[in-house]
Design a protein around this ligand. Structure first.
Ligand code: UDP
Length: 484
């Protein structure tokens, strides 16, 4: 008999932004729940966002730990204590500083890996150099992009064929060539870096090159949701990829869901008793993720549109937006009392979406929010803002048909445009279409419920995501170890 096989030890190195960090932590916990020894590398303030959850996992016997490296905020000119994108996307010129800070993490990461000699490194796409570090140590590097197969395919084809380069007008539609379906976009919906060379476009080029040299890609999605694009990604674009989501379903109990991404005490959740007092499927949940900011005029349109729609709502607002911009209409909070609930800064999103009273989600189509809505069986009102959100919107409204668009048609970056892109009437109209009954709304709700069941089946033993994770773990176990 040969020696006992060693326990597989995987390191996770997530990006310091909630939309990448939270699913990566869910993923790390998922690996640990399957018997893998897991180490998460992050910075002190980011660790606080999930340390309670990891402590609970440890009490349940999971082998999962955290290693800290400092975040060089001050070295790159970010304010002290700003270690996560959600804390500085309102600052002017934060992007080059953030990227510089990320680059400075190479050395501490390499030193840590050298002292621990893990078997595998899962690192976010924004660390392209992680592939070279892993190669030096002779271990596989897996990439996590934080988005859907659909968007990975659209991005890839836009880069490859650049159909937008021959289009003069910002509003004329064009078809993204070579995809399984006819996907139409306009230039105005495309990320700025595709149209104007910038530091980000250079970084994305490095990311694409590192992807080609990496061992494979981990995708937070499930096969049944976007099978044509999962196949396209692996067979046509020839990427090695594993679909192991929705990873947010790893958060099963109330404490896990309430604490996800939150360092504040979470024993009291006033929004839950508020939701308990509402009828099933009657409440709209309105949130635009962890980094988006709106101008005062846009916030005013949202407030007025939501109030006029007449449906109960929970709206997550940024306290910074409030103090800086004084957007709130006179007497708004008093008028909406009982009908509308404002949550400041951070909402327990997965907990809210899973509540039976929630019947619709006004979302910016960040991939996590989209997939969390799918997993909860909640149809969406789509309002994409930046990154690949306009592609995700297509998946939701055109392919899955579980969403109504607000008509937002302009990529606006993290801080939104000068003007209010979506008017109160657009908001009211979309809300009425989804919440006001009618045949199409009924069909959308039924489809959303089917997808919820499919998502849950995928992560159960024997389901597509469960099985793909088993296959990946087996493959990593058999992967030749470097000679020490
Ligand atoms: N989130 C949350 N509470 C909030 C805002 C965001 O729990 O108040 C979580 C949300 O559930 C999701 C993530 O943060 O998992 C945001 O990721 P997404 O891809 O939707 O958007 P991004 O923040 O990257 O724009």
């Amino acid at each position: 008999m040969g020696p006992e096989p060693q326990q597989l030890h995987t390191f996770f190195f997530p990006l310091m932004a909630q939309g990448h960090l939270l699913p990566a932590i869910d993923m790390a916990r998922l690996f640990a729940s399957r018997g893998v020894k897991v180490t998460i590398i992050t910075t002190p303030l980011n660790a606080l966002l999930f340390s309670n959850t990891i402590d609970r996992d440890n009490q349940l016997g999971l082998d999962i730990s955290v290693q800290l490296i400092p975040f060089p905020s001050e070295e790159v000119g970010l304010p002290q204590g700003c270690e996560n994108a959600s804390s500085f996307t309102n600052l002017p010129d934060w992007t080059p500083k953030f990227f510089k800070a990320l680059n400075l993490l190479q050395k501490p990461l390499e030193e840590l890996l050298q002292t621990h000699s893990p078997h595998c490194l899962v690192a976010d796409m924004f660390f392209p150099w992680a592939t070279d570090i892993a190669a030096k140590l002779g271990i596989p590097r897996l990439i996590f992009h934080g988005t859907s197969f659909f968007s990975l395919c659209v991005s890839n084809h836009l880069n490859r064929y650049a159909p937008h380069e021959n289009i003069k007008s910002e509003t004329q539609t064009f078809i993204v060539p070579g995809l399984p379906d006819q996907i139409k976009l306009t230039r105005s919906q495309l990320p700025e870096h595709l149209k104007t060379p910038s530091e980000l476009s250079n970084l994305l080029q490095r990311i694409r090159e590192s992807e080609e040299k990496s061992y494979g890609v981990l995708v937070n999605s499930f096969y049944e949701l976007e099978s044509a694009y999962a196949d396209h990604y692996t067979k046509v674009l020839e990427r090695k990829a594993w679909h192991i989501g929705p990873v947010s379903l790893r958060n099963r109990d109330i404490v896990d869901k309430a604490q996800r991404g939150n360092s504040a005490p979470t024993d009291n959740q006033p929004c839950l008793s508020w939701l308990d007092s509402k009828k099933p499927n009657s409440v709209l949940y309105v949130s635009f993720g962890s980094v988006a900011r709106f101008t005062a005029s846009q916030l005013l349109e949202i407030a007025t549109g939501l109030e006029a729609s007449g449906y109960p709502f929970i709206w997550v607002v940024r306290s910074k937006d409030e103090s800086e911009q004084r957007w709130m209409p006179e007497g708004f909070e008093e008028r909406i009392e009982g009908k509308g609930l404002l949550i400041r800064d951070w909402a327990p999103q997965v907990l809210i979406l899973d509540h039976p009273a929630v019947g619709g989600f006004v979302t910016h189509c960040g991939w996590n929010s989209t997939l969390e809505s799918v997993s909860a069986g909640v149809p969406m009102i789509t309002w994409p803002l930046f990154a690949e959100q306009f592609y995700n919107e297509k998946l939701v409204t055109q392919m899955l048909r579980v969403g109504v668009s607000t008509g937002a048609h302009e990529w606006s970056g993290f801080v939104g445009g000068e003007k209010a892109a979506v008017k109160r009437e657009d908001i009211e109209k979309a809300v009425e279409q989804l919440m006001g009954g009618g045949e199409e709304a009924e069909r959308m709700i039924a489809r959303a419920m089917e997808l919820k069941e499919m998502a849950r089946r995928a992560v159960r033993e024997g389901g597509s995501s469960y099985t793909d994770l088993t296959a990946l773990i087996e493959e990593l176990r058999l992967h030749p170890r470097p000679a020490v």
